[in-house]
Design a protein around this ligand. Sequence first.
Ligand code: SF4
Ligand code: SF4
Ligand code: FES
Length: 826
Amino acid sequence: MSEVKTVENMVSITIDGTEYQAKEGEFILNAARANDIFVPAICYLTRCSPTLACRICLVEADGKQVYSCNTKVKEGMEVTIDTPNILEERRAIMEVYDVNHPLQCGVCDQSGECELQNYTLELGVDSQSYMIPDTKRESANWSSVLHYDPGLCIVCERCTTVCKDMIGDAAITTTKRGGADLDKAYKETMPKDAYSMWNKLQKSVIAPSNGTGETNCSDCGECIAVCPVGALVSRDFVYSSNAWDLKRIPAVAAHTSDGAQVYYEVKPTSIEDRTEKIYRVTNEWSFVSLDGSARFAYDFQNTIASKDEAAFTAAIEAFKKADTVRFNAMVTNEEAMMLQTLKEKMGVKLYNPEVRAFQKFLNHYEAASGNSLWSTDTDAIMKNSDFVISIGSALRNDSPAMKYAYNNVQKMNKGSGLYFHPVGDTLIPTFGKNIETFNHKVGLEEAALYLVLGLFADKEKLPSDVKEYIESFIKSSTKTIKEKEVKTVKEMVLNEETGEEEEVSKKVTEMVEKEITVITNGLVDLLGGDASKFDATFEKMMKKKESFSMMLGEDLYYHDKAENIAKLVALIEATCDIDVVMTPPKSNALGVALICDLDDAQSGYTVGYNENGDFKLSALGTGDLDMPAMNQQEGTLCNIGKRVLPTNAAIEYNGYELNDLMKELIGAPELTIDWTETLPTQRGFKAVAFDSLTNSFDNDGTDNRGYRLETSNVETELPEVEKCDEGAVLEGEIAYRCNPARQFNDFTEKSHQIFETFSLYVSTEKAESLGEKVEIVFENGSITLDVVADEKMIGDIVKVPDFRAAEGVYDLFGGSRYQTVTLRKV
Ligand code: SF4
Ligand code: SF4
Ligand code: FES
């Protein structure tokens, strides 16, 4: 089994007379960067399309002046970075950018890390040759987190590009500014690229694309991250700190399993209070894109002042009498290892409903496929895949990394996509022209996998019963259609010269009836698609497609037929040319699944770790003994990319840690990070000390953070799969366990810049019928929630969030992510 195919033929090029190797098809700019060579560039974003907004990346390639961000390398190409003409253009471009740019660097939030400042100095702009009357431009708040100052904006379009090509929201765009016209004389006198750039700059400004003045987007803040100047900033960060005062702590975004790289940026709270606090989160935005929880949910630390010895003693007693330790995915690998060791030494049950279903699914998958883990990751998909299938995941809510990859494939790789999910979503189809969505009934995920097998499998490799079953859905019928037919008819016409009638041939078009054979796939109908059109649509989607990938989500792990689904996934991998990635549900679900022997249920006296229990350890500061939050911990986390990533403590913690309890209970080592090299090698971990883990990217984007888990692949027979259980379909009023896009757990809710409430999320139509508040009645209990309309949702299914552990939503849903419920207006 291979990763998504990487075709990386190398070519030789010379840059300023020195020979370098570059990936075939790579832009000159990226090739230069990969070889550690600097070419000035402002508007280009790696992983997004070139916009040619800045034109400063001019170079000479084989004697011709080109933009290095959109010109591909060729074998033997000779590149010169600076020529006298290019230097003149670049200097003029920078002068233009500086025309009327407000002189407020002293108070600007970007000062010290501003690319306008940097390039102005780099290109030696010490005088100004151009001028134009300025236009008044008003600052605006676009959302709860976004602040835009058009006076500072250089219209580089990085923000609009990242939002469209990476995030997929396309929530902002360029719009008319109504600036003064350039003096005509400049056209003749100034360098031509600088003139064109200025002409556009003078006419444009950025605005929410829906025309309302508000973005209504996922509030990821990625536009803020990529803005080279102080035009787009977080409302919270405005005037709060100078960049150079902040200390950067490299860490891993804690709330999702994306494992995105982040820097917590810290400094003392005030002159009087020297306790450090996090002022903002930044990222290596060329290689990593964050979601709203990673960027804004950072202030969830436990600010306990000292060690509570009495509580510590009580905790030891609680553990001694515990039958169960209940915890969730918000733990490091080291903590998971402590709990596993506790189980081995003291015989407690480990109960973790967030992870258990995923762990079982992985076990089924390994037994069926011989592979210990899935075959690809989201980075590889973005680089190489041009056809992506998503099954079992509410892409907009579950995994930002999956959503970004799904979108990026459409935008950058001219991709196609199939999206299967019971909850309709208006955003997904906007990612690209070749996306077919199936809003199928709850329970039909097996049918989706059978459809994939039918469409992509090498039929020679399929077991005969599976082949027959798939073929049983293919129906052939005849249909009468009307078609244009060109006929030749003869008629007699009078020849005016001779006065005699002559026979002439003439072509006429007639509508004729015709019988044709129509092949339809019953699985398409079963999944809510239009079988009469699907064949033609699919043929179009498949044009020039070479690299296929499939994203699987949490719905599948909690499915009644999860074992059969895991086998179907294994069969797809064995018979189709499709690589697979699975979303670990929440934070460190993969690490916990690999390290801990989890139990199916809890019983007896329970110690809860950030979960309900008879005795509660809590990093939220709401339990019987305080624990450090993830931004106060050193340790490692596993992510969707199958990497073991080091994270560091950004904020001081003064209380006890889990390791302190373990020292008393089972004789643990001195420090939490002493556990890092004891992580189980038989599950793919390496015996590497925490302090030797690397934490960086190469200039070409190669991820060197931590290490990749070793995976094992054993030859196995094809799994025996069951037919799709059409009877398993849920009917009636259905609730889906699903969070709003920026909420994942109690810690996101605690953060002051995350505003989504613990409510029932429904489509606009459904909201009208439900009113303001409803009681959602399950078989084993009920919960009452305010109703919130999510404009991007379609259909009747309602979303119940699970991000507040104390609400016990996992217990209400039991072993499934969907449940039939009764909705009672309150
Ligand atoms: S807001 Fe920033 S990123 Fe967006 S166009 Fe203006 S300068 Fe560029
Ligand atoms: S916050 Fe994210 S989704 Fe919203 S406009 Fe910025 S990049 Fe787009
Ligand atoms: S970086 Fe190439 S045109 Fe801006």
